[in-house]
Design a protein around this ligand. Structure first.
Ligand code: F6P
Length: 500
């Protein structure tokens, strides 16, 4: 990857948002992209034509066009692990071999969905999906967003190793009528295997004679799942080149396909594929993921913003900030470039957020008047997810748009406590509705935006070595007890666990 030349960037006069709007009556049109049932309005960010030109040049210099082709063609884009990143192939956009391997997997997934629907595993009411990180966050988000009215099974996702999570999930499940989907790319993750073992125990104690027969494995290492005891016919193996946090498009999405039905799952993939095509083909200045990444980089690199906030003004998308935390922070929270050189710039900001309007009554004080500059992203749907009084949806949307307007315009007062400085940036993503297709496109948008950020920073977004050290230390404590650690850690272990 070529190191981008940042020196020229942002050397122009920086204008406030109100001035930018006054200076260009076409600003909204220029900074709005409509694609795949989504409207991305970036006009309330500080991007202007000078900055856009600079970023377009920076992207050129960083080889964005080549990097995109490398991504889509299945070239190695994860050099530290010597791998391609083939999540787009799962949606039909990638090298021919990866696309046909994805299609073969989909045929197997569909076959298993249909077999379960037809009663091949007996009467099934519940799906217990066990996984963590990328093996849980996608299914959790999608079931919560799309399965409210239309779920065909009761689906619960358990990730945390805290047994309370599993206990809560299974408390209303009938073990005889439950399928357990063990989702782990590596099939070595401690939390997942312990939860799976305890779920097996729960079934046995519930009187299920052969619990293994109700287990399905979703993994890139089928041999390990088979060795663990799951029959090969219920192991859905996926390509190792699909990263964990990009894996809801392959068999990690099995509970989504089973829970929502195959047609909905296909729609999800098609929505993502539409965004892939847009990202691949649209020129940078009308390319939603690319423009959004330019805005991200403006705030993190030129304004040193440490965080960015995402507020879903739609209950159906309430888990989106959690999902994006892994996508953005695990991908771009790095201190070195892909070549192993010090990054020398700010890495990804902290992603956080919540739901509107709740968040207005909790954290928006700081957004409006705190000393931090925090770029905000609002998400809303034109169509409500319920049949109650339309006043609910109107109030929700009105509040969403009012917040963006207030952050930008502010209101001057001589009374400092009542003064709103304004000029605070936001972007708004408006969905036609929350459907499998729009949610698929939305997630793909965030994936590509994360990729553009990485390319311009020179980061490899597809590895995650930062999570390994803590895992190793936990293992070592489990194996060797509290010896060889600092005094604080040793004292904590002894106080809580005694001799491990
Ligand atoms: O610990 C981080 C991580 O490796 C994530 O990248 C991944 O999504 C998660 O753990 C789960 O890993 P696996 O799917 O292999 O169980």
């Amino acid at each position: 990857m070529t190191a981008a030349n940042w020196d020229k960037l942002g050397k122009h006069e920086q204008r406030d948002l109100a001035t930018l709007f006054k200076a260009d009556t076409q600003r909204v049109a220029k900074l709005t992209v409509e694609e795949a049932g989504l409207r991305f309005d970036l006009s309330k960010t500080h991007l202007d034509s000078d900055l856009l030109d600079d970023f377009a040049q920076l992207a050129d210099g960083a080889g964005l066009a080549k990097a995109k082709e490398a991504l889509f063609s299945g070239a190695v884009v994860n050099p530290t692990e010597g791998r391609a990143a083939e999540h787009t192939a799962e949606r039909g956009n990638g090298n021919a071999e990866a696309v046909s391997s994805a299609r073969r997997l989909q045929t197997r997934m569909r076959g298993l969905v249909e077999a379960i629907d037809a009663g091949a595993l007996g009467e099934i009411l519940h799906i217990l999906h066990i996984g963590i990180g990328g093996s849980a966050l996608g299914p959790k988000l999608l079931i919560d967003a799309l399965g409210r009215d239309d779920a065909r099974y009761d689906v619960k996702v358990v990730s945390n190793v805290d047994g309370s999570a599993l206990a809560e999930a299974v408390k209303d499940m009938d073990p005889h009528k439950t399928i357990v989907a063990v989702a782990s790319k590596t099939f070595t993750t401690t939390e997942t295997l312990l939860n799976a073992t305890s779920a097996m125990e729960w079934m046995r104690e519930g009187g299920v004679a052969d619990p293994y027969a109700q287990f399905v494995a979703l993994t890139a290492y089928p041999d390990k799942a088979i060795e663990w005891g799951i029959d090969e016919s219920r192991v859905l193996p996926f390509n190792e080149a699909v990263g964990g946090r990009y894996s809801l498009w392959c068999s990690i999405g099995f509970p989504v396909a089973l829970g929502l039905g195959w047609a909905a799952y296909e729609e999800l993939l098609e929505g993502a594929a539409a965004m892939d095509r847009h990202f691949r083909n649209a020129p940078p200045l009308v390319n939603a993921p690319t423009l959004a990444a330019f805005a991200d980089l403006y705030y993190t690199q030129l304004k040193a913003c440490q965080t960015r906030a995402i507020f879903a003004y739609d209950e159906r998308l309430r888990l989106l900030p959690d999902y994006l935390q892994q996508l953005e922070m695990e991908s771009n929270g790095k201190s070195v470039t892909a070549d192993g050189e010090p990054l020398g710039r700010n890495s990804a900001p902290v992603t956080w957020g919540g739901v509107g309007t709740d968040a207005q009554h909790a954290v928006f004080q700081l957004l409006h008047q705190g000393t931090h500059l925090i770029p905000v992203e609002f998400l809303a749907s034109k169509t409500p997810g319920h049949d109650f009084d339309p006043a609910h949806h109107e109030t929700l949307l009105v509040n969403c748009f009012a917040q963006g307007a207030a952050l930008m315009a502010g209101r001057q007062s001589d009374d400092g406590a009542r003064n709103y400085a304004g000029n605070r940036p936001s972007a708004t993503i408006l969905l036609d509705d929350v459907t499998p297709s729009t949610v698929g496109a939305l997630i793909a948008f965030y994936e590509h935006r994360t990729f553009v950020n990485a390319v311009l920073l020179g980061i490899n977004p597809f590895d995650q070595f930062g999570v390994e050290l803590g895992k190793e230390i936990a293992k070592s404590i489990g194996e060797n007890g509290p010896s060889g650690f600092d005094a604080s850690t040793t004292a904590l272990i002894e106080a809580a666990l005694g001799d491990v």
